[in-house]
Design a protein around this ligand. Structure first.
Ligand code: PLP
Length: 379
């Protein structure tokens, strides 16, 4: 199989697994227990916290562990509006992940004022739009990098334009791939996750700037400074720290390798397939993602592209959700003004440090074959 869906998830690194195993086998203590087994777990968690916090230029006390990006996003949005009572309005953008858009919709049904900003043809929010919503008692949530197209928002510029609001960013796709600095960008909240960077599934973190009176959304124990109840998954947290360390230490080298691959893919697809739309810009985008669509998608069965690729052994995605076996049009591409047919037939390639030149060359040739057959109506 050629796996080119690393934005969905990545293969766990052996070094990460090795670091995790003792915390499941021998060191199984509860980090809240006072005897040695518990204290060992506590030390492991606090070491991991310090390491991950440093990678985004945060203080360890500013990071709480969650079960992943989805929980961290839900937690920040719901707690800010409800338990913490910090804001009465949320502003976000139309291309956010469903882990932002769905809780925002739910909060609006609970009577919170919400606004969803439009994006340009590359999926970026405009600075004048940000200026127009810059108010106190507002939480602005703008993703760092988009999971479907890889486009990167300039968080520093957005923050300068929204100096009055609280600001959160969903950095699940960018963490470990491009630098993040919560201090330099004056962010209040930031979401990250482990499984997009060869770490384990089921663990993530939320950065909460020091001084913010943030209250838990779920009730239970007093873990994570009373901000997230529940016994900490020590092995997952240890694995997260190792994956984050490896991603950060090797960031430049991995980014160069992945950029070389997505550049090659871009060239190959443009030369092998007529009439393709490239939805990922060459500048200010993640190194590992390339999203394409077909302007003539209305004239062929776009849903069949991914199946055709799968049958030939290539795992890619169209980036959007699959509901009851049928592909929904990508809300990201629709927001970028693509037609519904085109937004249903998109292909997202996402490479990793382990992807080879042979992988992308084969995938490009296979996609060309699949699209040719579909356009000819022979499938
Ligand atoms: N936010 C973005 C941008 C994502 O791409 C994802 C996962 O695909 C999430 C949030 C959800 O993260 P998790 O899978 O850790 O819950």
């Amino acid at each position: 199989m050629i796996y080119l869906d690393n934005s969905a998830t990545t293969q766990i690194d052996e070094a990460v697994l090795d670091a995790m195993m003792p915390w499941m086998r021998e060191q199984y203590g509860n980090a809240s227990s006072i005897y040695r087994l518990g204290r060992n777990a506590r030390v492991a968690i606090e070491d991991a916290r310090s390491e991950i916090a440093a990678l985004i230029n945060a203080h360890p006390a500013e990071l709480i562990f969650t079960s992943g990006g989805t929980e961290a996003n839900n937690l920040v949005l719901k707690s800010c509006c409800q338990e913490s009572g910090l804001v009465n309005r949320i502003v976000t953008s139309s291309t956010e992940h469903h882990a932002i858009l769905e809780p925002v919709l739910w909060l609006s049904e609970q009577g919170i004022s919400t606004e969803i900003l439009p994006v340009d043809g590359w999926g970026r929010v405009s600075i004048p739009d940000i200026v127009s919503v810059n108010q106190k008692s507002t939480l602005l949530s703008i993703m760092h990098a988009n999971n479907e197209t890889g486009v990167v928002n300039d968080l520093e510029a957005i923050r300068s334009a929204a100096s009055e609001s609280l600001m959160h960013s969903d950095a699940v796709q960018s963490f470990g791939k491009i630098p993040i600095d919560v201090q330099a960008w004056s962010l209040d909240f930031l979401t990250i996750s482990a499984h997009k960077i060869h770490g384990p599934k089921g663990v993530g973190a939320l950065f909460i700037r020091k001084g913010i009176d943030f209250k838990a959304h779920q009730q239970g124990g007093s873990q994570e400074r009373n901000r997230r109840a529940g016994t900490e998954p020590v092995s997952l947290i240890v694995g997260f720290a190792v994956a984050a360390r490896l991603a950060t230490q090797n960031m430049q080298q991995r980014a160069e390798h992945m950029s070389m691959l997505t550049f090659l893919l871009r060239e190959r697809l443009a030369s092998l397939i007529e009439n393709v739309h490239i939805n990922t810009p060459t500048e200010n985008a993640l190194p590992n993602v390339l999203n394409i669509s077909f302007p003539d998608a209305v004239s062929f069965d776009g849903d069949a592209i991914l199946q055709g690729m799968d049958l030939r052994g290539v795992a890619v995605s169209n980036g959007s959700a699959c509901v009851s076996g049928s592909l929904q049009p990508s809300h990201v591409l629709v927001a970028m003004n693509r037609s519904v047919a085109e937004a249903r037939a998109a292909v997202r390639f996402s490479v990793s440090k382990d992807t080879t030149v042979g992988d992308v060359e084969s995938a490009a040739a296979i996609l060309a074959e699949v699209v040719r057959d579909l356009r000819a109506g022979s499938v």
